[in-house]
Design a protein around this ligand. Structure first.
Ligand code: GDP
Ligand code: IMO
Ligand code: MG
Length: 439
């Protein structure tokens, strides 16, 4: 069982990075397959905190090859900054490999992201303004600059001219910005290419060789199912496919290489940016959970919106991603709630009851959740390491969520630290559980 996929099952920031880190030490390869530096994956080792945006969350282990796959969009400046930061923390990132086919975020993509949001006004998506959408847009239009293009001045210049030509009108407010000067941009990006050259490799072949040799490959998702460009809350989504199937496309692996799929689920819900969020809370409970859970974006620092768990959308995500296991994170954050609500159905504007996630944007926008209410618990659970250590009400909550989603819960997070976990029997018996260094 060598290919293990880890994806978010809500709106991102579920704690994917932490799970990847737990499995990475004994993996051969960790590959990011979509998204870009809109992602922020946090790992906590004792007192040291790492936040990764582009670098895969396996980089802390020198024996593990980390891959930025073809499906990722790369801002070279951000990547080089991240590598420099890791070097100051004593992390050896010489094992990083970048696909020559990954697309490059250019200065004009970032300006266009900002301009697009300004144009949408109150309907804005709330993007991270990192140029993600415009970069994927150019990829689809076949006007993209790829990592391999950074190694050839003539090709790079020609491609920049072709890519910028249709954008001139939108870029007018920035026409004098030095970063958009053709010569300067070409030189800057050639220099990035030169600095990254030692990391550029045939990553598809590298992933195949690891899989075919019986090695362990972790596919690290960014964002999450409900932010998927096809299946999420369009247009309030990201511009890639964070669902599990994308792990194959974005790395070069085949669909049959995806042997075990984990969905990371926060014990409540959060969302950054705009878009429908039926179980959203305001008031004291939201404030408390935001504070206790540290719910500020790793990438933009924005406050995350908070809500109760939503089984309708989780069942949808579980099916979309064919989840084998769920990693339920941040259960510790719910301690101290008198009661905990979980949405089981949506009521539509015309009083119909939906048990399935609606495909129609308007229906979703007006859906109000029907809740089950469960008893909470007072105890601090961060020291619990076995399911039986948890207070009865917390055990009941876990069992309720497991049954509601219909997927075994293999691991439960009770704190940000890499040792603050409970592995269940299902988790220990899974391929990931065997890979994790469980004592
Ligand atoms: P990702 O984008 O899915 O990797 O998640 P982020 O790193 O953006 O956000 C998750 C946040 O929750 C990070 O600050 C983690 O350190 C933290 N975290 C992860 N798991 C747990 C947990 O079980 N309990 C608590 N309290 N924090 C956690
Ligand atoms: P990780 O990997 C949470 C959200 C943005 C915005 C929408 C589109 O850390 O879970 P984009 O910049 O991608 O065009 O923005 O997607 N978004 C995320 N939300 N976690 C993320 O990544 C996100 N990446 C993008 O807030 O609503
Ligand atoms: Mg994040």
């Amino acid at each position: 069982m060598p290919g293990i996929v880890i994806v978010g099952a809500q709106w991102g920031d579920e704690g994917k990075g932490k799970l990847v880190d737990l499995l990475a030490e004994r993996s051969d390869v960790v590959v990011r397959f979509q998204g870009g530096n809109n992602a922020g994956h946090t790992i906590v080792h004792g007192d040291v905190k790492y936040a990764f945006h582009l670098v895969p969350s396996g980089i802390l282990y020198p024996g593990t090859t980390c891959v930025i796959g073809n499906g990722v969009v790369v801002d070279p400046e951000v990547l080089l900054g991240e590598l420099a930061q890791l070097a100051t923390q004593g992390v050896d990132s010489s094992g990083l490999r970048i696909s020559p086919n990954a697309h490059v975020i250019m200065p004009y993509h970032k300006f266009l992201d900002v301009a697009g949001e300004a144009r949408l006004g109150k309907n804005q998506i709330g993007t991270t303004k990192r140029g993600i959408g415009p970069c994927y847009g150019d990829k689809v239009l076949r006007l993209g600059i790829r990592i391999q293009d950074l190694l050839d001045e003539k090709i790079l210049k020609k491609k920049i001219v072709a890519a910028m030509e249709p954008k001139m009108r939108s870029l007018r407010p920035w026409e004098r910005d030095p970063s958009l000067d053709l010569q300067q941009m070409t030189e800057t990006y050639l220099a990035f290419g030169h600095k990254l050259e030692r990391h550029i490799a045939d990553t598809t072949a590298l992933v195949w060789d690891a899989l075919d040799g019986g090695g362990h490959v972790l596919f690290e998702g960014a964002q999450a199912a409900l932010l998927d460009i096809d299946h999420g809350t369009y247009p309030f989504v990201t511009s890639s496919n964070p669902v599990s199937g994308s792990a194959a496309v974005g790395s070069g692996a085949g669909p049959k290489d995806l042997d075990e799929i984990w969905g990371v689920v926060k014990a409540y819900s959060t969302r950054v940016g705009s878009g429908p969020f039926p179980t959203e809370l305001d008031g004291q409970i939201a404030t408390d959970l935001r504070k206790k859970g540290g719910e500020q974006g790793t990438t933009t620092g924005r406050d995350r919106r908070i809500g109760w768990l939503d089984l309708i959308s989780l069942k949808y995500a579980a099916r979309l991603c064919t989840l084998d296991q769920v990693c339920l994170t941040k259960l510790d954050v719910l301690s101290g709630q008198e009661t905990i609500k979980v949405a089981t159905k949506y009521r539509t504007q015309d009083d119909a009851i939906l048990e399935r996630y609606p495909y129609h944007q308007t229906v979703l926008h007006h859906a109000t959740p029907e809740y089950d209410e469960l008893p909470g618990w007072e105890e601090d659970i961060s020291g619990c390491r076995e399911l039986s250590d948890l207070p009865k009400a917390a055990q009941d909550y876990v069992a309720y969520v497991e049954e509601g989603i219909g997927v075994p819960i293999g691991m439960i997070g009770v704190g940000p630290g890499n040792d603050e976990n409970i592995w269940t029997r299902a988790g220990r018996e899974s391929a990931a559980g065997k890979l994790a260094n469980l004592s």
